[in-house]
Design a protein around this ligand. Sequence first.
Ligand SMILES: *Cc1c(COP(=O)(O)O)cnc(C)c1O
Length: 369
Amino acid sequence: MIGVCSCGSPLLARYELDEVRAGLSKGEVAGRAPDLWRYHELLPVRDVANVVSLGEGMTPLVGLPRYGRELGVDRLLMKDEGLIPTGTFKARGAAVGVSRAREVGVQKIAMPTNGNAGSAWATYAARAGMEALIAMPIAAPEICRREVSVVGAELHLIDGLIGDAGAFVREQLATRGGYQDVSTLKEPYRIEGKKTMGLEIAEQLGWKLPDVILYPTGGGVGIIGIWKALNELAELVWVDGPLPRLVAVQSTGCAPIVKAWEKGAPESEPWPDAQTVAFGITVPKALGDFLVLQAIAETGGCAVAVDDADILAAQRRCAELEGAFICPEGAANFAAIAQLREFGWIKQSDQVVALNTGTGLKYPETVPL
Ligand SMILES: *Cc1c(COP(=O)(O)O)cnc(C)c1O
């Protein structure tokens, strides 16, 4: 099990893509079970016996014609990660990360989390028969605490933000042996799981890429993963043409990557007093910020910040117009689309995919009665 590079930077898995190209066809993938393991040649788990699965992946890519009309986007689609075990896309990273950890003999994992990653990793650790130590801010959604608790993981509530939870985990690991640190980008396999969102979008669109993909960005693993997936597909020559313009969406209450993007800086600075209703994207300083900035620069994308009030209004509008109760992080994308339409950065004729990263059912308190 390798964590980070000796220089401290994140590691990315690389594949023998020539071999994959020679041995695998799109048609063969099409006939496989509808979960993320259908792309196993592009995933790090070598022996299927090590796969820890709850059926994750192949979430619906649904059209949003009524909301699209209101926003002035003719072809608006939502990839709905609300329909996945534990209710957020974090299950993808956890499924692949825990599977690979099992393959290399890990028995105990530890991580800081804003909530959803902790729920997912604790759940998949239980499925694998592994122990899990989870540290989360005391302000994290209560449901995430209960999810960690019900599967019997060790839960620590931290009076602070995710960075403080990270410091706590490091302290614990310094004195307790046998744990693998699976913090965001402190191991290379979580991103491989998240990458499957990009593979699925391409496959679900008949291996034709959309014009724009929006992603609510916290630690950045999701957007980096999608970028990595699209590059691998281009190298396999399974897709062609320009890659979609990737948009990193943040809240004005915590927008370090947007600020760095606007300044043209190669990495972000820690955001003071970070706070937003979109709890999953409250990450004041992401380890992979430079990769997010590179992903949006190389695809001709951008970074946008939206207000909490606009996020909550978008959450309601999506539910009213499309019958979809999405999480506030996912709703942030639609507030961003409204802004980008106003500037003309998104055109009416663009095909736009917004990632709804989780179900609104995990955030009942965001809806007033
Ligand atoms: C973690 C999370 C995000 C942010 O994902 P990153 O990959 O860390 O950028 C977005 N939405 C939800 C619901 C999350 O739980």
